[in-house]
Ligand binder design. Structure first.
Ligand code: HEC
Ligand code: HEC
Length: 473
């Protein structure tokens, strides 16, 4: 397979002429224009009915609710006490805020004075919200699960429960911890409503793909090393096997899974149930068993949250259902030309660069929803900038965690919508700088290597346009 090829050939193949208008940026080097300003109130997607809007509001209310030990079943181990604590910026449902990390604030408010929990070294005042997975457990077997950062010991309504945190400092020093930061949940109803076939077709031959150039072209992808024509006989580019990136599948029904950094989860309801249990230790009808069943640490019957037929209206619904409804109706991020130092012309040229150098081979600009039973989600364009497929990202990004169909180096092409207001990048939140995030795509074994060498051959002016475009999303 040839990774190296000439940029000129690439441009001819793509049929897109990059114009010479891109001006050399001040200082001679392209830089990340930075966060677009402004937080806003969460809004439902256009076209919801009045009843759907009410359900959205009911969902938002529990999404914002602070969970406690006795009333809601928080813990015994947990990462924070509300969904919105982690999914916060630039609006409820989003991701980490750029400063004042809510996990740091939680530690300062609850444990700093009583010493019952210590602050893991990778949680910092202005760093990203993080969840921690251990690569292997004490006997050397693969672990891969999320380890709750805090315990309820030391919280005021948890007398009698005395459990210790895992040794995060020690495990971290030994290189046994992998991090994940929150993925934003804006527009996820649209992603949920994309038919599997649309995701599969997106990787298929140009013949069946109306977005041949900007989206996926086997000839381009093959040269870039994202796609292995050698895996199929000539003319058989349609076969999924030929594509090195691949769809993650549910082990039971075989349909495409698409949520999470490793495309590990099937639906918003499953993710909600899992997050309630994993992030907050609140058991529910999707994940009914406590992760730690030590009797003196249980303050509520299980599952802690459930459907309640004794109530009326939306109160019948479980919290898990309400979280899912909130995210299903939550409007997608809105692009904006309000990017620092950028003209609309430069942003437009950046969009062309994005396609021409091959970023769009993985970050598919648009897919469409199918015949959804919810009108507001039916046959809609989804400008997600992701193929929702897994790619080998090489040794530089690997997290050593196997999950579902994803291997230790595989990640879902991160949806880039909303990037203009994203404070931290990549699965572990290692950087706030777009240039570093792009450079990190390149390492031994990464499918993105060819595209990144394209990126490196751009002029600084062209790179600046690309960065301006990304911050307009
Ligand atoms: C401690 C921080 C934290 C809390 C609290 C939290 N999350 Fe998350 N959330 C994350 C992280 C980290 C991820 C990425 C997980 C992964 O991919 O493994 C995530 C991912 C998600 C996703 C997947 C989005 C996508 O596009 O892939 C959904 C949905 C979600 N969370 C919903 C919720 C809900 C609902 C709650 C409240 C019950 C919640 N989260 C509470 C940290 C948190
Ligand atoms: C081979 C597929 C592939 C190609 C090509 C590719 N990306 Fe990515 N991109 C990914 C994957 C997978 C991730 C998530 C990696 C991780 O978090 O470890 C990602 C993450 C990102 C992120 C961080 C997003 C976030 O939510 O943190 C940015 C920004 C990005 N890509 C931009 C680009 C740009 C610009 C290009 C072209 C120069 C490009 N990508 C080319 C697959 C690709």
């Amino acid at each position: 397979m040839t990774h190296k090829y000439s940029f000129v050939v690439m441009l001819m193949l793509s049929g897109i002429a990059l114009s010479g208008c891109d001006v050399t940026p001040p200082g001679g080097r392209a830089t990340d224009p930075g966060l677009r300003p402004g937080t806003f109130d969460p809004e439902p997607i256009d076209g919801v009915t009045a009843a759907e809007r009410n359900l959205f509001e009911a969902g938002l209310e529990v999404f914002r609710e602070v969970e406690t030990v006795r009333e809601n079943g928080l813990g015994p181990r947990f990462n924070l006490d509300s969904c919105v604590g982690c999914h916060l910026y630039p609006t409820a449902g989003g991701s980490s805020p750029p400063e004042r990390n809510p996990q740091f604030a939680f530690y300062s408010n609850h444990y700093k004075s009583n010493g019952k929990n210590t602050l893991p070294p990778f949680i910092t005042e202005n760093g990203p919200v993080r969840e921690a997975r251990f690569k292997t457990n004490a006997d050397g077997e693969p672990d891969g699960g999320v380890h709750g950062l805090f315990t309820i010991s030391g919280l005021q309504d948890a007398d009698g429960c005395d459990i210790k945190q895992d040794d995060f400092a020690g495990q971290y020093a030994n290189g046994n911890v992998s991090f994940r930061i929150p993925t934003p949940t804006l527009g996820l109803g649209l992603i949920e409503a994309i038919p599997d076939q649309a995701i599969i077709d997106n990787h298929r031959a140009a013949r069946t793909n109306p977005y041949k150039i900007e989206h996926f072209d086997p000839a381009i992808a093959g040269r870039l090393g994202i796609y292995r024509p050698g895996n199929a006989s000539p003319g058989e580019y349609e076969t999924e096997q030929a594509w090195t990136g691949r769809q993650a599948r549910n082990g039971n029904d075989g349909t495409v899974t698409r949520f999470g950094w490793k495309a590990q989860n099937k639906s918003l309801l499953i993710f909600s149930g899992e997050a309630y249990n994993v992030e907050m230790g609140v058991t529910n009808e999707v994940f009914p068993n406590e992760r730690e069943e030590k009797p003196e640490c249980q303050y509520k019957e299980v599952p802690n949250d459930k459907t309640n037929p004794e109530k009326s209206g939306f109160d019948v619904l479980s919290d898990a259902e309400k979280f899912a409804a909130f995210m299903r109706f939550l409007a997608p991020p809105k692009p904006s030309l309000n990017v620092k130092g950028a003209s609309s012309g430069s942003i437009g040229r950046g969009e062309k660069v994005f396609a021409a150098i091959g970023c769009a081979q993985c970050h598919t600009p648009m897919m469409k929803t199918g015949n959804s039973s919810t009108e507001a989600l039916r046959n809609k364009e989804v400008h997600l900038y992701s193929d929702l497929a897994l790619h080998d990202m090489g040794t530089g990004l690997k997290d050593d965690i196997k999950q579902g169909d994803a291997g230790p180096r595989d990640f879902r092409s991160a949806p880039l919508w909303g990037l203009g207001q994203r404070a931290f990048f990549l699965h572990d939140g290692r950087t706030s700088d777009l240039v570093e995030a792009i450079e990190a795509h390149s390492s031994s074994g990464s499918e993105a290597d060819g595209v990144i060498s394209n990126y490196r051959s751009l002029t600084e002016g062209q790179k600046q346009s690309l960065l301006n475009f990304l911050r307009s999303l």
